[in-house]
Structure formats: structure tokens, C-alpha cells
Design a protein around this ligand. Structure first.
Ligand SMILES: Cc1cc2nc3c(=O)[nH]c(=O)nc-3n(C[C@H](O)[C@H](O)[C@H](O)COP(=O)(O)OP(=O)(O)OC[C@H]3O[C@@H](n4cnc5c(N)ncnc54)[C@H](O)[C@@H]3O)c2cc1C
Length: 321
């Protein structure tokens, strides 16, 4: 029976949360195919697979070598393709992150597989079936990938991680030395160590209704209480109030948190394109006809400068028990 390989993502040796979701997707497919779920962690010589067996993989392979500390397009693709070639793999799962979106087509090309980007669900029905949004989230379509391996980039926050009862084994694999045609020479971290809006499970996003950049402290306070990230509409990014890394929407990031606050955001379709797979959407807007209320699960019609401090206060009380 074919197995499924999940390519795990680390940054500075620390596994990214989305890797657990990619393993969960691999588990779903492996169970459907009747095969095993494997993980592949690629990293520098010090990278460790300790504890990785607990998230649904039968085996986690660790490919550690000098020069692989950070993402190297050709070398990572070569290591992944070598692993696919060494086993019987029906599918390869990758996170649809900046790294995964670059890596997935390279792996598909090297292995002669099929590619589906930005999947929000996966299943097996005689072939790998994925759903993915189209037309900026206005439609969802279903694809059946018949070529193998089916390489699928899974959207962050779309799958619930698994905590397996039985821990899988961790094995190291040899990595061939090599030079890539393209080499990553530097990775720039965002200035603040803030949680990435695309990975956060709670996002508190603000729009032009905040009136000025300084008022975003109101959102930062609520985000801090809820352990979430601050997001922004394009209008406020264009105004220079917030960095582009926080922009949500068609020309920003697609987010899938379980809880999304849209505060002083009108709900233009380009903004909604980024939040279609969010769980619960809460809108705060003083205009009862603002389009955001059509997308929201809960709506508060009111002045955000009155509502937000009260909401933060109540959230604090709940948290403190
Ligand atoms: C090609 C293209 C791509 C785009 N991509 C994106 C994108 O990726 N992301 C994105 O967000 N936009 C995008 N846009 C822009 C989009 O069309 C909107 O212009 C933008 O989203 C509006 O931002 P906003 O909601 O912050 O501002 P506004 O539309 O000005 O809305 C402000 C809202 O705040 C409310 N408000 C004001 N004061 C208060 C108050 N005191 N209390 C409560 N509510 C208040 C108002 O009622 C209003 O609804 C794109 C546009 C184009 C053409």
C-alpha cells in the first residue's frame, strides 16, 4: 500500500506549528490508502526529531546536514525527492507557507507527480481528493489527483493536529552533499517577534475605523489577552499604520484562525477573500449596513472605541477565571 510523506517545517531548529497540521493531513490520507504516514524533517546538522513521533506519523525521517539550516530551494527539493524515490509514496503533504509554496511544485516536478496548492481539506477516494478555494475565495472546487505522488500544499490552520496514542519511530536518513542553483543567503525576521497573522489561531484585525496608527494599541491589548495576532486591512497598510506582513486579504495573507475579529473594517470583497476559511468571525462596526456583517457570525454595531476596551476587560476577567 502506498504511504504518505509529510514534509515538516522548522525555523532555527524549532518545528513550526503548521507541521503538526501537515502530519494530520498525511494521517488522513494514509488511513484512506491503507498505508503509513511518514514525516520528513530537513534541517541543519543539529536538528533533532525528538518528540516528533507523537503527532500521527508512523515514522519520522530526519535529514540533517550542514548547509540545510534554513530553506534552500534546490537542496530541500532534492532531499524530499530522494525520500519519495526511496519508498512507495502515493502522496506528499507540504504546508502552504512561503517555504511550502516554493517547495511543493519543485517536488512535484522532480517526482513527476501532480500538484494541488492551498488545500483546505484532503481525503482519499481511489485518488487523492482535495478542496481548495478559487476566485479569491468566492468558490471552492474539488480536485482529484490521479498522478502519483499527489503533492498537496495544505493551508495553515485548515487541519486540526493529531495527538497519537502510539508514538511513531524517528530515524535519521543520509543526505547527499550538493550545491543548489539558488542559495538562500539571508532570512530577514520581521522587526517585532509578533505572532504571524497567517499562523495565529486568533486574529484581531483593524481597519480605517481605528482612525490612526496609535489606536492599534487597543487591538494589541485584546490580541495579547487572547494569545492572538494583530491583522490589518489594506487601507491601513497603505496608510503606513501597519506593516504589510499583517495585511489580510486578496493582496495580503489568507488567514484561517478559529476566531477572527474585524474591527472598523468595512468588509470589502478583497478583505473577505482572506478570511473565508476563518472559523468564527466577530465584526465591530458603527455602520449597521457595513458588508462585514454579512460575513460575520457575531456583529456588534457600535463605536469601537467604546466596545473594544470593554471586550478586552471582559476577556481578561474570563482568563483570570
Ligand atoms: C486589487 C485590489 C486588492 C485589494 N486587496 C486588499 C486586501 O488584500 N486586503 C484588504 O483589506 N483590502 C484590499 N483592497 C482594498 C479594499 O477594496 C478596501 O478598500 C479596504 O479593504 C478598505 O479598508 P477598511 O475596511 O479598513 O476601510 P474602510 O472601507 O474605509 O472602512 C472603515 C470602516 O470602519 C468603520 N468605522 C469607522 N469609524 C468607526 C468606529 N469609531 N467604530 C466602529 N467602526 C468604525 C466604518 O463604518 C467602515 O465600515 C484591495 C483593493 C483592490 C482594488
Amino acid at each position: 500500500m502506498p504511504n504518505v510523506l509529510a514534509i515538516l517545517e522548522q525555523r532555527d531548529g524549532t518545528l513550526k506549528k503548521v507541521s503538526h497540521e501537515v502530519l494530520a493531513a498525511a494521517r488522513i490520507l494514509a488511513d484512506g490508502m491503507g498505508g503509513e504516514a511518514h514525516g520528513l524533517l530537513i534541517g541543519g546538522s543539529g536538528v533533532s526529531g525528538d518528540g516528533l513521533g507523537a503527532f500521527g506519523a508512523d515514522t519520522v525521517f530526519v535529514a540533517a546536514a550542514e548547509g540545510l539550516e534554513r530553506y534552500q530551494p534546490d537542496r530541500y527539493a532534492a532531499v524530499a525527492a530522494a525520500q519519495v524515490g526511496a519508498g512507495d509514496y502515493g502522496a506528499v503533504m507540504v504546508a502552504a507557507t512561503a517555504m511550502g509554496k516554493d517547495l511543493a511544485p519543485r517536488v512535484a516536478a522532480r517526482t513527476g507527480g501532480a500538484l494541488a496548492a492551498d488545500a483546505t481539506s484532503v481525503s482519499y477516494d481511489g485518488g487523492v481528493v482535495v478542496t481548495r478555494p478559487a476566485y479569491a475565495g468566492k468558490a471552492t472546487y474539488t480536485l482529484k489527483l490521479t498522478a502519483t505522488p499527489a503533492v498537496v500544499a495544505v493551508r495553515p490552520n485548515a487541519m486540526a493536529p493529531i495527538q497519537a496514542d502510539k508514538a511513531g519511530t524517528v530515524q535519521t536518513v543520509a543526505v547527499e552533499a550538493g550545491e543548489g542553483r539558488a542559495t538562500t543567503v539571508e532570512m530577514k525576521q520581521p522587526e517585532s517577534a509578533a505572532l504571524d497573522v497567517a499562523e495565529a489561531s486568533v486574529v484581531v484585525a483593524g481597519g480605517r475605523g481605528l482612525k490612526e496608527a496609535e489606536h492599534f494599541t487597543l487591538l494589541e491589548e485584546l490580541a495579547a489577552v487572547l494569545g492572538g495576532a494583530v491583522g490589518a486591512s489594506r487601507a491601513v497598510v497603505d496608510a503606513g499604520w501597519r506593516p504589510h506582513s499583517e495585511q489580510v486579504g486578496q493582496t495580503g495573507k489568507v488567514v484561517s484562525p478559529s476566531l477572527y475579529f474585524a474591527v472598523g473594517v468595512s468588509g470589502a470583497i478583497q478583505h473577505l477573500a482572506g478570511i473565508r476559511t476563518a472559523g468564527t468571525i466577530v465584526a465591530i462596526n458603527k455602520d449597521p449596513d457595513a458588508p462585514i456583517f454579512k460575513a460575520a457570525d457575531y456583529g456588534i454595531v457600535g463605536d469601537l472605541f467604546e466596545v473594544l476596551p470593554r471586550l478586552t476587560e471582559e476577556a481578561k476577567k474570563l482568563k483570570e477565571g
